[in-house]
Design a protein around this ligand. Structure first.
Ligand code: SF4
Ligand code: ZN
Ligand code: ZN
Length: 355
């Protein structure tokens, strides 16, 4: 097996490219594919400040690493979910990654700063854990980006994630979600832009990227993901891909090119007027936003200005809270959070997102 570029021994075969790559050219491929996605969908301008949603898993650490390698300005934000050992370990991986590279990692801890954790809070609020988790992540990443003056929130969704989300949305013809399943969601008042630069790269490639780059990441799935439909969709798509390499790529990118626009009018039609949440200032269709209601039901403490946020570089910042502006009247509505919604931020528009 030889590298397609230099004919040296290859370390990975990528069947959908019908090619093998050595370590150096594989890394270059990952960076090139990321840059291509950024350019193709106008995700990030040079000089913009990125906030990467870091989970401690391979995708979020890889996208952070690639952005830095490509010369973008990117800080990380880790959200402690209070999911036992899983959270302890994933936080440790995120911190170690940032510390080794001298990168800035902002941390928000749900139990410490908001008084609830996902397993107990979800139960108290009578929500599925992934629903409470997704809602918390979306709100807090948006808030942190706006408060911190970041231009864009970056998530590590890869091609496998996006194809599986699409598969789930198509299975149930969730046309409103289909109209919003895009690799970039533009900023609007009160919401930052959200982008997915890894959409041209698969799960296997991201794991290989981390191995080659020496990035340690949490391999275990979140224990709350057990029974997640999303994992089943990935397995189904993997079986198809094994028979017909390139199927996932075609499924997703042909959807974007040929079908996505047909669903957009419905998605945009769903948008209602937004007002500022009377507690935290976030855009919402109600007096109190879904996050503040979740915190209340989960038995937590309402978000307040002034809580401390520790950074990996040892500094401690103060999260301002409540500084988001009331949105323009025509801004889109806060989107629904179904039982499968949400393991990664940036997914507020999807019916189903990956763990
Ligand atoms: Fe959150 Fe993902 Fe765990 Fe669900 S599986 S609780 S969305 S981290
Ligand atoms: Zn090579
Ligand atoms: Zn609120």
């Amino acid at each position: 097996m030889k590298c397609r570029v230099c004919r040296e021994p290859a370390i990975i075969d990528i069947r959908r490219h019908n090619a093998n790559f050595c370590a150096d050219h594989f890394l270059r491929l990952c960076r090139d594919q990321t840059q291509k996605a950024i350019d193709e969908f106008a995700m990030i301008e040079r000089g913009e400040r990125c906030l990467v949603a870091v989970s401690g898993g391979k995708d979020s650490l890889a996208v952070w690493d690639i952005l830095i390698e490509l010369g973008y300005e990117a800080d990380g934000l880790y959200l402690g979910l209070g999911i036992g050992e899983y959270s302890d370990e994933s936080g440790a991986f995120a911190r170690a990654f940032a510390a080794e590279r001298g990168l800035r990692l902002i941390e928000i801890d749900l139990p410490t700063h908001y008084g609830y954790d996902i397993p107990r809070g979800a139960k108290a609020a009578r929500r599925a854990p992934c629903s409470a988790c997704g809602l918390s992540k979306r709100h807090l990443f948006d808030q942190a980006a706006i408060d911190g003056g970041y231009d864009v929130v970056v998530t590590g969704h890869n091609l496998d994630d996006e194809a599986a989300v699409l598969f789930g949305n198509v299975l149930r013809w969730q046309t409103d979600y289909l109209g919003r399943q895009l690799p970039v969601l533009p900023a609007r008042d009160g919401f930052p832009r959200k982008v997915k630069p890894l959409v041209r790269l698969g799960e296997r490639e991201m794991a290989a990227y981390c191995v080659v780059r020496g990035i340690d990441y949490i391999v275990e799935e979140c224990p709350m993901a057990v029974g997640n439909k999303h994992l089943g969709y990935k397995e189904a798509l993997n079986a198809i891909e094994a028979q017909s390499p390139g199927s996932k790529h075609s499924f997703y990118f042909e959807f974007l090119a040929k079908a996505s626009a047909h669903f957009r009018p419905e998605a945009e039609g769903d948008q209602a007027d937004l007002v500022a949440c009377e507690r935290c200032g976030a855009p919402t269709t109600n007096e109190v936003c879904a996050f503040c209601r979740l915190v209340e039901r989960a038995g937590g403490t309402p978000p307040e200005a002034g809580h401390a946020v520790a950074h990996a570089d040892g500094s401690v910042a103060v999260h301002l809270g409540g500084t988001r502006r009331a949105p323009a009247p025509a801004a889109p509505v806060e989107l629904p959070t179904g039982s499968q919604v949400g393991s990664q931020v940036g997914s507020q528009v999807e019916a189903e997102v990956p763990a």
